[in-house]
Design a protein around this ligand. Structure first.
Ligand code: HEM
Length: 530
């Protein structure tokens, strides 16, 4: 049993606090024999300032909450292991992608995006699927979602997008779903969001279980082999159980009955030894083929169709252990797109470049300063050695008399030769605040998505638009969205317009063949998807 415990679990042992079977103490180690009565002047008198136990207990309680994540606040985590199918030395020098005998420990956090920590699980929303691999060369994170594309093309628009998608500022409504004017205003003004909006209106936005949900790294990343040769890569997680969704009627009932539906399902499946499994697959594009597509590999609103570049399964992750303490592990875990190991590198996708700044920046605030990497869940399994010092909550006692480099006082560090080397991409061009013309097409892949749907899936999408736009107050916003829907497909535009009692976009005839079962308030009963 002992030998089966992974390296991360053994590392966590250093920090575990067993169930208390001794007497209570203060944080300073002083024994406490009464925590039920405050110190008073007389039996019925006022509480005294010198009651240091009361003050410490209350202060610690007052400070228990930390800022929730600015997005993806509601989440559930689990530990697992990743096993590689075959060595990938021709593609990458990453050690964990070269040795099939190694079981790499992982921690995964699934999340919704819009709602607060206390919101319901089964809302119509994007789901986060973030994985930390504790490799022998340091931590590698795939900070992905359950959709393969994103709403925007340039990270500088992320604050705008999130301000539009979050509950409206005056009344904090709606909490946990996207039906409101600011969100749809953003959509009508930023047509780059349309492809992702089609995914959001589909049943993919209401997954039945985290065990039955895909994950995508979204951006194009880069693998680099030992000779320095690069290959573009997209990461995909494929659930072994298959991909299934709820339908809207189920969502409405489940939200009332069990707001923890997805969280409970994940926890219970792992407790009964049936934790989820996901295959890690890659889409690989040689650098020589970078410009062979009619979209840009650096545009996060585009997929690479699998007909053009098939998925190659490279390994499997099994989630097999629940955290012992939600706050210490799931709440304090910090994922970051810039957490890469040798052999894995970035592309110039402007969304990825922005994320590589944003995560560390937000975690400095959320987790109280630069030493959050010393929190047990965030520590790599290999040793950390550098000249970074001090700061809030420093846990390490550095014995060295120097913390600068180079120095001639302390014993010098051995020369390391296998450190992280950035891919030597040649970059040239004028400094310019712009969007590449190769990012200009906002409709083709939204149309591709619509055309790939079965009839009943299209009906669910139309019903979702009717529900959402039915909650929009301003007519010009509905009209703006309808115009885009008509460009994605005339049938989509016409059916949504008819359901809303508005003229079809583009001045065409109003379609009258919308399913009578569809309504503004819900979708027809149906079966789970896929
Ligand atoms: C969480 C920023 C796009 C997936 C977060 C957080 C921030 C953020 C600030 C909170 C992190 C924390 O407090 O620890 C951004 C920015 C983006 C962007 C600036 C665009 C420029 C994306 C995209 C994806 C994604 C495209 C998916 C591919 C996630 C996930 C989490 C997250 C899964 C939750 C991580 C966790 O479980 O702790 N993002 N994000 N984000 N983001 Fe993004």
């Amino acid at each position: 049993m002992q030998s089966e415990r992974d390296a991360k679990d053994r590392r966590l042992d250093e920090y575990r606090v067993p169930v208390d079977d001794h007497g209570m103490t203060t944080d300073q180690g002083v024994t406490v024999d009464d925590t039920d009565n405050s110190l008073k002047a007389g039996t019925r008198g006022p509480t005294l300032m010198e009651d240091f136990h009361f003050r410490e207990k209350m202060t610690r309680f007052d400070h228990e909450r930390i800022p929730e994540r600015v997005v993806h606040a509601r989440g559930s985590g689990a530990y697992g292991i990743f096993e590689l199918y075959e060595p990938l030395g021709d593609l990458t020098s990453a050690a964990f992608l070269n040795d099939t005998s190694v079981k790499t420990p992982t921690f995964v956090r699934f999340s919704t995006v819009q709602g607060s920590r206390g919101s319901a699980d089964t809302v119509r929303d994007v789901r986060g699927f973030a994985t930390k691999f504790y490799t022998t060369q340091g931590n590698f994170d795939i900070v992905g979602n359950n959709f393969p594309v994103f709403f925007i093309q340039d990270g500088v628009k992320f604050p705008d997008f999130v301000h539009a998608v979050k509950p409206e500022p005056h009344n904090e409504i709606p909490q946990g779903q996207s039906a409101h004017d600011t969100f749809w205003d953003f959509v009508q003004l930023q047509p780059e969001s349309l492809h992702m909006v089609m995914w959001l209106m589909s049943d993919r936005a209401i997954p039945r279980s985290y065990r039955m949900m895909q994950g995508f790294g979204v951006h194009t990343f880069r693998l680099v082999n030992a000779s320095g040769q690069g290959t573009f890569v997209k990461w995909h997680w494929r659930p072994v159980l298959g991909t299934y969704s709820l339908v809207w009627d189920e969502v409405l009932r489940i939200q009332g009955n069990d707001p923890d539906f997805n969280r409970r399902d994940l926890w219970e499946s792992i407790e009964r030894g049936a934790g989820p499994e996901y295959e890690l697959c890659v889409q690989l594009v040689p650098e020589s083929r970078e410009h062979d597509f009619d979209f840009d590999l650096l545009d996060a609103t585009k997929i690479i169709p699998e007909e053009l570049v098939p998925l190659r399964p490279i390994g499997k992750m099994t989630l097999n252990r629940n955290p012992q303490n939600f706050f210490a592990e799931t709440e304090q875990v910090a994922f970051h797109t810039a957490n890469v190991v040798p052999g894995i590198d970035f592309s110039n996708d402007p969304m990825l470049q922005a994320r590589n700044f944003s995560y560390l920046d937000t975690q400095l605030l959320r987790l109280g300063g630069p030493n959050f990497t010393q929190i047990p869940i965030n520590r790599p399994i290999n040793e950390v050695r550098n000249d970074q010092r001090d700061g809030f909550h420093q846990h390490q006692i550095h014995e060295s008399r120097t913390s600068y480099s180079p120095n001639s006082i302390s014993d010098s560090r051995p020369q390391v030769r296998d450190g992280y080397r950035h891919y030597q991409e040649k970059v040239e061009g004028a400094k310019i605040r712009t969007r590449s013309p190769s990012f200009a097409d906002h409709y083709s892949q939204a149309t591709l998505f619509w055309n790939s749907m079965a009839g009943w899936e299209k009906r669910h999408i139309v019903a979702a638009f009717l529900f959402e736009l039915g909650h929009v107050e301003r007519g010009h916003i509905k009209q703006g969205v309808l115009t885009h829907l008509g460009k994605i497909h005339p049938d989509l535009g016409a059916e949504v317009a008819a359901g809303l009692g508005l003229p079809a976009p583009g001045g065409g005839p109003v379609h009258t063949n919308t399913s009578p079962a569809l309504s503004m308030t819900g979708q027809p009963p149906g079966v789970a998807t896929r």
